[in-house]
Design a binder for this molecule. Sequence first.
Ligand code: FEO
Length: 390
Amino acid sequence: MKSRPIRDGIEWMGSIDWERRLFDELIPIPDGTSYNAYLVRGSEKTALIDTADPAKSEEILKQLDAVDRLDVLIIQHVEQDHSGTAPQIVKRYPDVQVVSSPKAKPMISDHLGIPEERILAVEDGATLSLGDRTFEFIHAPWVHWPETMLTYLREEKILFTCDLFGSHLATNDLFAVDRPRVCEAAKRYFAEIMMPFSNLIVGHLEKLSPYEIEMICPSHGPIHDDPGFILDAYRHWVLDPPKNLVVLPYTSMHDSTARMVDHLIEALTERGVHVESFHMSKTDLGAYAIHLVDAATVVFATPTVLVGPHPSIVFAAYLTAALRPKLRHAAVIGSYGWAGKAAEKTQDLCGTLKAEWFDPIFTKGLPTEETYKALDALADEIASRHQDLE
Ligand code: FEO
């Protein structure tokens, strides 16, 4: 794709990756993604903000054929989907000044092989003039690595944010015109990438509040020409209390656990509690992560495999703890054949989860009347804890 104008002297560059379905060999991206870079021309200097994934280098390098002189290359975040073409750009423009946060400077050298002497480290709040246009750099660690910074173009009131406020969405809409689709993709992105850093994002949102922002240009997905939409969404995701929602990741091998899951869903439904269940051997992990943004309770349901939880629930438990959602309550239910420690081991995997654990409920073989009564009691407990939640 050719570069596309955003405003006078400001262009979108990069690549739309229609085919990619997995990020970091871990994160499902069912709608593809884009790697956005931005060319900003000033009266004296021209700058490029971010680059593109190495797999798409050719595309951005071709777009840069129309740029005779590049004075500044800003690397806001060192992860290779944004910085991966920087080495070729530095080679093509031998005089270009690479600009990054101080933390990024050695990382650029480590990960991209660009010598540190080529890099100007800018402090939080530092400015850089292109002549009639001025960048201000805003350090924003952990969105999504520790070295990340944002770039504010003062005269145009445009904020460039790299991963923050982005979405894995391949579309030729330059701007976020399809709100429901962008909102869903942005929420998936938040859940998968940003949620572990929610506490820090609260601080970043406060730090950004004095800035007048007319446009947010992330380095994945469409540009936000109505930034209030994405800023409000982030405020809800990081600040709102959890909702009246139970997420129920489960797997069943010989139907015992599945029968317990069915019973618990029915019991919670009768008590007015919303449930989203996910068969972890088949589900899209991103869909599970999206619901963790709002859930107040998680119930892991697992058969016992070699004394512990089923491997798909091991993964679910590990992932749940790693994403650090707002969960207030948690439980483990399931089944075993002769012996096991699936409940304890599942809880151990969730060591960092700050949630109140209900007593586990396990059945030997098929669930009995006693099992169903215990599940009803668990549903009572959950409903009572959720009674004030929307
Ligand atoms: Fe899109 Fe953290 O890279």
